[in-house]
Each structure stands twice: as structure tokens, then as C-alpha cells.
Ligand binder design. Structure first.
Ligand code: PEP
Ligand code: MN
Length: 352
């Protein structure tokens, strides 16, 4: 099956869009129409030869661009917006070109003191989003499962005290509404990356979604998971590469840095990297975070703990506060250096 996508000009009206949809129906097609922020697209799954349909779409004066998006899910594909999407979190924080969002905090919220201490430290060292899990998807049922709803209140208090917005994971459809009252970003973890009923529920919660890549998912499966969220009308999706399972056992997972560069090319969505869960080893977090920034990521998600050895979850991969501060300093230096030598447009020169 071939999928053709037509992107409307900015400023076109719903009458313009309706008119094209109706004309397509009259010709026997089954078009879908969606609006992502300020962009409306129509995409048409089609089994017949596409040249005639492409010409018909392109001839519509309201249409800006027509593209065959068969290889990438239509709403996620770069052609649906024609420009990188900005995911705004609050007045000061957004995932957008030129910005680098540092999300940091404990893997799991453990106690009021633990969260308050770490939240204060990461805020001081330049984190702009506080992370902390309260519903923990643990491999073993005997491991610490998180504080649940009680942890949400602690996150709310830490957000209030530091002024930082909060990202936290939801593992169950039943927790989505309550979590969305506290969290500024809803995280879907690697183990739920293809839990489609959860993805649809999270999409409808009115919050941006941080979608981790399933550790056994291809890039295509990851992008299709994001398509579920966009298809529900929520265009505020941030993709997170957090390592995949490979034959390599020396690190917890294998950080797929090529996927970061590839997805930045295929999609308009922001992409961030979690070097903590990818490596499982604190000494690798800084080099991987720097690699992520150099590869074009829009931010990182990092575990920080002031007492890593005593952490109830993933202590081996948590940076101490001074290590986190070191990381943010080096990130700043790297980004300043990169800004002085802007990116070449390799895509354009490759096509010439
Ligand atoms: C987390 O960020 O706390 C987490 C559980 O990550 P992942 O889903 O990538 O394992
Ligand atoms: Mn963890």
C-alpha cells in the first residue's frame, strides 16, 4: 500500500480542507484528515497507481506539499509539518530547535527528603525538568515498586519548591488522569512502548508525552507507537532513545545513537536520549550524554541520586550531584562549540 500525504498551506481554512476531503471521497478514496498544532494534512492510503492521485492533490491551491510517506507513519513523518515541532512545556521550557532540555532527578521517588534534596541539586546545576518515577515497572515483583499516588504528592511539592516542571511515568490506564493533574509531561516507558491502549489514553490526557523506545522495538515500531498518540490528536510527543537489547552484555542496553540522527531526519518530533538507562553505569552517562547532544538530540533524561549506593532503584547508573553539575558544564561547552560551526545540510548536498 502506498500512502500519499498532502500538507495544506498555513492559513488555509477548514472549508478548504473539507472541500479536498469531499472531492477525494467522490473519487473513491478514503482520506484521513488531522491537524497537528497549526498544520493540517490529508493522507490517503491507496492501492492504485499514485501518479494521478498525486497530481490531483498537488493541483489543489490550498495544498502546499505532496509526498509519498509510505515508508514512515504519516503524522510522525517530517513531511506532515515541514519543520521541526516545538513541544512547549511551560513559559520557559520547550523542546525546540536551538534548545537542549536537561531532565534530571531520581529514578524513583523514595521519600520527601530524598526527592527534595535531589530536586534542589539538579535545579541548581541547570536541569530544567525534574524527573522521578512513582509507578515503577520493575523486572521483579520483589523489587521496590514505587510510592504510587503518595509519590505524586511529593512530586507536586518538589515542583512547587523548585519551580521545575515534572516528568513521570504512567504504567497503567487507571493512573493517567490523576498523574496528569501533577505531571507536566507523561512518560511512557520502554516496557509499555507498544501498549496501545495506554498510548491512546495518555494521548487524551492533555499533556505532552515522552515516549521511550521499546528496548526490543525497531525504529519503525517506535515511530508507529508515536503515531498512535498523534492520531488521537496530541501532537506534543517527545521521542526518547534509551538503549536497545543487543548481543552486548557489557552495558545494560546498547544506546542506538544512529537512531537519534535517523529519527531527527525522518520525523518532525523532538528526540531526547536517556544515557542512564541505556548504559546502566554512571561512568558512561557523561560521554553518552555528550554524544547525544553532538548527534542532534533535543535533550537528555538523566538519573541523579545523592546516595547512589543506597538508592532503591538503579543506583549504579545515578550520577552524584557534583557529577551532574560536571555534565551540565561540559554540555554547555559542547553546545557553544557546535553553535560556532553550524550544521551542514548533508541532505541537500547529497541530492545535488
Ligand atoms: C525510567 O526512566 O524510570 C525507566 C523505567 O526507563 P525505561 O522505561 O527506559 O526503562
Ligand atoms: Mn530506572
Amino acid at each position: 500500500m502506498v500512502v500519499l500525504l498532502a500538507r495544506f498551506h498555513l492559513g488555509t481554512t477548514s472549508e478548504n480542507h473539507e472541500e479536498l476531503v469531499n472531492a477525494l471521497h467522490r473519487r473513491g478514496y478514503h482520506p484521513n484528515r488531522r491537524t497537528l498544532h497549526n498544520r493540517t494534512v490529508v493522507y490517503v492510503p491507496n492501492t492504485a497507481p499514485t501518479a494521478e492521485l498525486a497530481a490531483f492533490l498537488a493541483a489543489n491551491p490550498a495544498v502546499e506539499h505532496v509526498e509519498d510517506v509510505t515508508a514512515t507513519p504519516p503524522l510522525v513523518s517530517a513531511s506532515s509539518t515541514g519543520a521541526p515541532t516545538t513541544v512547549r512545556i511551560n513559559r520557559t521550557v520547550s523542546f525546540s530547535p536551538g534548545e537542549f532540555v536537561v531532565m534530571a532527578g531520581p529514578c524513583a521517588v523514595e521519600s520527601p527528603d530524598q526527592l527534595a534534596t535531589i530536586a534542589h541539586e539538579v535545579a541548581r546545576s541547570g536541569a530544567t525538568v525534574l524527573r522521578g518515577g512513582v509507578f515503577k515497572p520493575r523486572t521483579s515483583p520483589y523489587s521496590f515498586q514505587g510510592l504510587g499516588e503518595r509519590g505524586l504528592s511529593l512530586l507536586a511539592a518538589a515542583a512547587e519548591a523548585t519551580g521545575l516542571p515534572v516528568v513521570t511515568e504512567v504504567t497503567d490506564v487507571a493512573h493517567v488522569q490523576r498523574t496528569a493533574e501533577v505531571a507536566d509531561i507523561l512518560q511512557v516507558g520502554t516496557r509499555n512502548a507498544q501498549n496501545f491502549s495506554l498510548l491512546k489514553e495518555v494521548a487524551l490526557a492533555g499533556r505532552p508525552v515522552l515516549l521511550k523506545r521499546g528496548f526490543g522495538c525497531t525504529v519503525d515500531e517506535w515511530l508507529h507507537a508515536a503515531e498512535y498518540v498523534l492520531n488521537e490528536g496530541n501532537a506534543d510527543v517527545v521521542l526518547c532513545e534509551r538503549g536497545i537489547r543487543t548481543f552486548e552484555g557489557a552495558t545494560r542496553f546498547t544506546l542506538d545513537i544512529s537512531a537519534v540522527a535517523l529519527v531527527k531526519h525522518l520525523s518532525h518530533l523532538p528526540v531526547v536520549v536517556d544515557p542512564s538507562h541505556a548504559s546502566g553505569r554512571r561512568e558512561l552517562v557523561e560521554p553518552l550524554a555528550l554524544a547525544a547532544a553532538a548527534a542532534g538530540a533535543d535533550g537528555i533524561l538523566v538519573d541523579v541520586h545523592h546516595e547512589g549506593a543506597a538508592a532503591l532503584c538503579d543506583g549504579d547508573q545515578a550520577l552524584a550531584p557534583d557529577q551532574f553539575s560536571h555534565l551540565t558544564n561540559r554540555l554547555r561547552a559542547l553546545r557553544t562549540g557546535l553553535a560556532a560551526a553550524p550544521e551542514a545540510n548533508l541532505l541537500v548536498s547529497a541530492r545535488e
